[in-house]
Every structure is written in C-alpha cells, then in structure tokens.
Design a binder for this molecule. Structure first.
Ligand SMILES: Nc1ncnc2c1ncn2[C@@H]1O[C@H](COP(=O)(O)OP(=O)(O)OP(=O)(O)O)[C@@H](O)[C@H]1O
Ligand SMILES: [Mg+2]
Length: 350
C-alpha cells in the first residue's frame, strides 16, 4: 500500500474493562496514536460469556467515539480454557499446504472439543528432535465463542479482521519491548478480573500456554463477603483502601488471602509446566492485567514462587507523543498489555 500498512486497532474486551489501542507503524517502529479504557458493570460478561450483548455493543461504541478512533479494522481476542486450546505437537514433516489440508485430521486427537465446532489454525515451529518429524503449534477456538465476540464488534460498527488469543498478544508485546536472552525462561502472566492468561517463553519462544478461570474478582468477592459491602464498594476499597467503619488491617488481610488463592493457581500451572516440559526453572515473571495491581500482589507472588517479578511495560519501545499524560499511562500500562499486543498485529502475520 502506498502510505504504509493499513491502520488497525487492538480491542481487548475484558469482563471488567474494554481497552482499545491504535499504533502507528513507520519503518518497524511504533508510535501510540489512540488509547482508551472503559469499565463494564459486572453482569455483562460472566465467565467469558457475553450475557448482555447490546450493552457491550453500546460500551464499545462509546469507547470508540470518546477515543476519537476513525479506523474500522479491528483485531480482537478470545480466551479461556473452555473455548481456546493451544497445543504443541509433533507431526510427520510436510509442507504448509499439505498440513493445511490435513490439519483437521491431525488435530482431532489433540483437541478435546468436537472438531466440527472449532476454527483451527497452526504454525510450523521447526524440525523436531525425532527424524522426519516437525513441531507444530495448533490453535483451536470454539466457533460459537468467535461468533459471539465478532458479532458485538461488528454491531458496534467495526470491522473485525483478525481474531487473536490473549496469550499470543502478550508474546507480541514481549517481542517488541524486551531483549530476548537465549538462556532465559520468562513467564508472561496476565491477571484480569475473571481469568489468568499465561505464556511461558524459553529463549523467546513460547513453550507453554494456559488460561485459568480466576482473577481479580476473587479480591472483590473476598471484600464483599468479609465486610458485607456492595460490589461497587468492594472495588473501591480494593483500589483506594478502607472506607468508614472498616479497618485497613482487615482489608489487607482479606486481600492477601485472595491473592494467595490466585497465586496458588499460578503455582499449579507452573508445576504442570515443569512436569510436562521438563524445563525446571522460570527466571522471571512479567505481570500484566488489572488483577496484578492489587496492593502487595507483586511482592507476594515473587515471595511465594521465589521468582523475580516485574510489571509489564508495553510502551517501552513505543514512542509516546506529547499529548498523552505519561503519569496516567504509567499507572494503566499493565492493564492495556493485551490491547497493545492486538494492535501490533497485521493482516497476513503468522
Ligand atoms: N488500580 C487497581 N488496583 C487494584 N485492582 C485493580 C486496579 N485496577 C484494576 N483492578 C482490578 O483488575 C481487574 C481488571 O483487570 P483487567 O482489566 O485486566 O481485567 P479484564 O481484562 O477486564 O478481565 P478478564 O479478561 O479477566 O475478563 C478487576 O478485578 C479490577 O478490580
Ligand atoms: Mg483481560
């Protein structure tokens, strides 16, 4: 195209926040153009299912207008272990075209869903250790989940061109912002409101992905139960500290206890990773998502797992124009990591 690659927006539809990011690419470097976040009430998207699509459509429309976005082409994502399966498998060597022909047959034994109900994609990773075999990444996404998300995006007046997966979006963000070290294993962990997305990279290459269905909602629910307060109050206490009649000490205790549950889930996934890959050490965790912003979560995570944790910086290598409020960006950047990863995608990428 004459004027560079076509503009695209990254739209991350979470159960708590919808985020949108638009980047401008010039000669392989990126500049932030638009960024917006909107908050959803808790009953619209539950367990990854859109329960009230018309209100989600309205929220997206409003977000697009408020963020002054004029581009229609959109990358969105779907996630969650009940709708997305990502598997690394070893198959006989064949060409990409041949695999495209036979992928349904090859994938069938690895995918726990009915093969007729999923959209399949794959990527050939390279030669396997065994003779005449190759490593392949298979991605299966339930078609009704794709339709559900694509249809709200379409109804909001946008044009969905790519459907991605949160764990891959995190990998995109890592690739452009961090120096890849061959001998380092890094876990990208995104703690949202209702789920955790994980992607473990060995020397920059993904070797394990997993989504779990817990997240920052555990903090909110713990506060609601402990102090008999509304959802809205619990969310406020979580971010701003105790309200009248409640002691900060008790709040901290309730939050820590919920954090322990979330961390136990991450720990179980890491154990499973070690068991299945025989890779024992994880050197570093890069944490994103709003759930990770809760007081003391980072510290606790690092202590419990004995792994160094840092907060994701999705704009490290993205130029920020003067008109953006840097202080605000610094605060919310872990929240928009997935959206940045989606905005980095271009049609035709593999
Ligand atoms: N500043 C903050 N301090 C503490 N918690 C926060 C903060 N900001 C957001 N959260 C919590 O983070 C969670 C939302 O994070 P995020 O936007 O990443 O989730 P989501 O993508 O909407 O949800 P999911 O993808 O899991 O459905 C909520 O539980 C929210 O209460
Ligand atoms: Mg999310």
């Amino acid at each position: 195209m004459l004027f560079g690659k076509k503009d695209i927006i990254g739209l991350d539809i979470g159960s708590k926040h919808i985020k949108v990011v638009q980047l401008k690419e010039t000669k392989g470097s990126y500049q932030l153009q638009r960024l917006g976040i909107t908050t959803l009430p808790p009953e619209l998207i539950v367990d990854g299912s859109i329960l009230d699509s018309s209100r989600v459509v309205e929220a997206i429309k409003e977000l697009i207008v408020n963020t002054d976005i004029r581009t229609k082409d959109t990358t969105l994502s779907v996630s969650g272990h009940s709708s997305v399966i990502i598997k690394r498998v070893t198959l006989p060597q064949m060409s990409e075209d041949d695999l495209a022909e036979s992928i349904k047959f090859e994938a069938e034994q690895y995918i726990p869903f009915d093969i007729e109900d999923v959209n399949l994609d794959f990527q050939i990773l390279g030669l396997a250790e065994e003779d005449n075999m190759m490593d392949v990444l298979i991605v299966a996404v339930k078609r009704d989940k794709i339709n559900e998300y694509v249809s709200v995006v379409t109804e909001a007046g946008l044009n969905p061109v790519i459907v991605d997966v949160d764990a891959f979006a995190l990998e995109n963000v890592y690739e452009i912002n961090y120096e890849i070290k061959e001998d380092e294993n890094v876990a990208l962990v995104n703690v949202g409101a209702s789920m955790i997305n994980m992607n473990i990279l060995k020397g920059g290459v993904s070797v394990f992905t997993r989504d779990s269905s817990v997240g920052g909602n555990l903090h909110t629910e713990a506060l609601q139960k402990e102090f008999t307060v509304s959802y809205a109050d619990a969310e406020r206490i979580k971010r701003e500290g105790a309200i009248e009649g409640i002691s900060q000490e008790d709040v901290t205790a309730a939050l820590i206890s919920a954090s322990e549950d979330i961390i136990a889930e991450i720990s179980r996934s890491f154990d499973y990773f070690r068991d299945t890959t025989n890779i024992m050490n994880i050197d570093h965790i890069i944490l994103s998502g709003g759930g990770g912003l809760t007081k003391d979560f980072t510290l606790l995570l690092s202590e419990r797992l004995g792994i160094d944790v840092s907060i994701s910086e999705p704009f490290r290598n993205i130029q920020i124009p003067e008109n953006f409020d840097r202080e605000y960006l610094k605060k919310i950047e872990p929240l928009v990591a997935v959206a940045v990863g989606l905005a980095l995608r271009r049609v035709g990428d593999k």
